[in-house]
Design a protein around this ligand. Structure first.
Ligand code: PMP
Length: 394
């Protein structure tokens, strides 16, 4: 075969380190073994039947042809209204591009912000696709290291230094954060906004977990003074409405940027199925209580883990305020996150993600997804703590 382009051949330069645990757990389940899977961010419920009925109705009514590439007027307006209501920032449908999921919005955002070869900053630990997405846009990923002791929040002075050293054109932040659960405080976001303003950069704000905030409140940095003109917000119905498989999300930003990204969408996705967009309008019109109903189990289960951890002092927890995960510190066991996760899977059939899967900053940690029923989670976390204690005592 002829040589593959560097662009695709090098997408996963960081390797697959740490994802083996996830793949191995999946293989064990396929072999009929009972595994408690606390790995990826997938709800243990399916999309609400009323949303599926709306999808069905739309398809049966004939909305099965090519849909408008930027998104239907109805969905763009619904998203604009939602964003304006939640942030106070004037937003119209011209500020909205509908995308096949938040992932496509992340890609579009980097395509808009980075000319090939430009440096793009992102915060480590990070959602697994970030560096590859940046490379897919022919940009150069630059990780901003953070520390567990500081709640995995980026240090604005360090961000400024890296932005200047690499002449970065974009900074990607994610709050509430996957994998750490951090909800960035206003002061942090204001300081980061100052950096991107001083360096004339884009701020790319991944807000796909904005309905999962357990403490404090979500602040969209697009709402900070002067930021609407340099912020692209990534949104999605995957997490808020348990619609991961429907691939429906959006990008919100300045009208001109959205205009250019509509051209990009014409040459890449050619839009999102109309019946899925109609279902999304329906889902968003169900209001906040429907979103809270989807989020509530994660809030409850988070407390189950926090209560269990209170009773011991080997496994630490990183203070977190949102999202469907908890990051646990297992450094007292003397194992890496990866070795801990491998052994926990082998010995107890419990699958968690090694912190190392999310970058170097989360080494010695594991991420637990709050995605199994309460009883099973309770049992798993107690087993995990006993296992950790056994290792620490050995
Ligand atoms: N951003 C973050 C931080 C995520 O965790 C995810 C999915 N796990 C996405 C974006 C992409 O979500 P989707 O494409 O399903 O909307």
């Amino acid at each position: 075969m002829p040589k593959l382009s560097n662009r695709v051949a090098r997408l996963n330069e960081d390797g697959s380190d740490g994802w083996e645990v996830f793949y191995r757990a999946r293989a064990m389940v396929r072999d009929g073994q009972q595994v408690t899977e606390l790995t990826i961010g997938e709800h243990d419920i399916t999309t609400d039947p009323t949303i599926l009925e709306a999808m069905h109705r739309a398809a049966r009514a004939g909305h099965t042809g090519y849909a408008s590439v930027p998104g239907t007027d109805a969905l763009r307006e619904t998203i604009a209204d939602r964003v304006q209501a939640r942030t106070g920032v004037p937003t119209t449908r011209e500020n909205v591009l509908v995308t096949p999921g938040g992932q496509a919005a992340l890609f579009a955002a980097h395509m808009a912000a980075c000319t090939p070869g430009d440096a793009a900053l992102f915060v480590d630990p990070y959602y697994a696709t970030y560096p590859g997405t940046i490379r897919a846009a022919s940009a150069h990923p630059v990780a901003i290291r953070t520390r567990a002791e500081r709640g995995f929040l980026p240090d604005p002075a360090e961000v400024h230094r890296l932005a200047a050293d690499f002449r970065a054109t974009s900074l990607l932040v994610n709050t509430p954060n996957n994998p750490t659960g951090a909800v960035y405080p206003r002061l942090t976001l204001e300081a980061l906004a100052s950096v991107v303003q001083a360096r004339d950069m884009w701020l790319l704000s991944d807000e796909v977990y904005d309905t999962q905030v357990w403490q404090g409140s979500h602040l969209s940095p697009r709402a900070l003074p002067g930021m609407a003109r340099r912020t692209l917000v990534i949104g999605s119905l995957s997490k808020s409405h348990a619609m991961t498989g429907s691939r429906i999300g959006w990008l919100v930003g300045p009208e001109d940027a959205i205009g250019s990204l509509i051209d990009l969408a014409t040459c890449t996705t050619y839009g999102v199925p109309g019946y899925i967009q109609d279902a999304a309008v329906f889902a968003l019109s169900q209001g906040e209580s429907a979103e809270q109903a989807v989020a509530e189990p994660f809030h409850r289960r988070r407390q189950i883990i926090l209560d269990a951890l209170e009773k011991q002092d080997i496994v630490g927890v990183i203070p977190s305020q949102g999202a469907m995960y908890l990051m646990l510190d297992i450094r007292k066991t003397g194992l890496s996150g990866r070795d801990f996760a491998e052994r926990l899977l082998d010995q107890h059939r419990i699958a968690v993600m090694p912190g190392e899967s999310f970058g170097r900053s989360a080494a010695g940690h594991i991420r637990v997804a709050l995605t199994v029923e309460d009883d099973r989670l309770w049992e798993a976390v107690h087993t995990l703590c006993d296992f950790a204690k056994g290792l620490a005592d050995a």
